[in-house]
Design a protein around this ligand. Structure first.
Ligand code: MN
Length: 289
């Protein structure tokens, strides 16, 4: 069976976002605009906030894609124009299909704002195919306790299956196009071979420790995004203790991408339409008591 190798490594650096958010963002960056069908990956933190310091993203719109939030530490409260309110706690995933349009806020829980605390997590933007860009918004919550997880008999390797399928374990989240999203946890020297369908574009993002990838054992370290060749399996081997990496893959849409901030469509005309719809209030508003 052919194994995926590293095509290219993109290094990410910790930076402070507009809102005061500390993130590592491997893409979009000058070196990599997007990796079809993925539009953005943010590692939020890890940040240790003092009392009154924690920040998030207040009311803002989205249309034309999905946002996938995966918390590792801390807790975010999500509220939106469809009347949903949910807490995303450590280990939880919220898979939000913005589709036709939502306004939402993503803010640290009150107890973190007041007392401070550690915040660490990821947000991935998954593009929607042209046929799905205007579908009704949808939210899928997968709680930490119900996350499908594979563990090696030795206890030295674990894989959380957030989307798709790996090592015989099926994810709970439903996706509009075939997507694989795995969180891989390895002890030093442990290895795992994952089946990732060859037609899916794939990358690994290392966020703790270090790995070697593929038969050629190319190294990727904390903060590195490794873009992978297309083949049907992926070999990861930890080269440091407490190694953690996301493996994210999806079938490319091969459609034009027109993006403007929180809107991702196929044409410039559709972007103008999205801005007009948002400005004229057609996305609704978050109702707060
Ligand atoms: Mn958002």
């Amino acid at each position: 069976m052919a194994t995926r190798e590293v095509n290219r490594i993109v290094h990410s650096v910790r930076q402070r976002e507009g809102g005061g958010f500390i993130v590592r963002r491997p893409f979009p960056t000058a070196g990599l605009d997007h990796l079809d069908p993925f539009l953005l990956l943010d590692e939020m933190g890890p940040a240790e906030y003092g009392p009154g310091e924690a920040v998030g993203a207040p009311d803002h719109p989205h249309r034309g894609f999905e946002t996938v939030t995966y918390m590792l530490d801390g807790e975010f409260v999500h509220e939106d124009s469809a009347g949903n309110r949910a807490t995303i706690a450590a280990g939880d995933v919220q898979w939000m299909t913005a589709g036709d349009g939502v306004i939402h806020s993503e803010l640290p829980a009150d107890w973190i704002k007041q007392k401070g605390g550690r915040v660490h997590g990821f947000q991935l933007w998954v593009n929607l195919p042209a046929r799905d860009k205007r579908i009704a918004p949808r939210y899928q919550d997968v709680r930490a306790a119900e996350m499908p997880t594979w563990a090696a008999a030795s206890g030295r390797a674990r894989v959380k299956v957030i989307a798709g399928r790996a090592l015989g374990v099926q994810a709970r989240a439903e996706t509009r196009t075939p997507i694989t999203y795995l969180d891989v946890l390895l002890d030093d020297g442990a290895e795992v071979t994952l089946d990732v369908p060859a037609e899916q574009n794939a990358f690994a993002y290392v966020y703790g420790g270090a790995v070697t990838i593929g038969a050629r054992a190319r190294a990727a370290r904390d903060g590195d995004m490794a873009l992978l060749t297309n083949a049907d399996s992926l070999l990861l081997r930890a080269a440091a203790p407490a190694t953690r990496a996301l493996v994210i893959a999806g079938v490319p849409l091969r459609e034009p991408v027109a993006r403007y901030g929180p809107f991702v469509m196929n044409t410039q005309q559709q972007i103008i339409e999205a801005i007009n719809d948002y400005q004229s209030g057609r996305f609704g508003a978050i109702r707060r008591a």
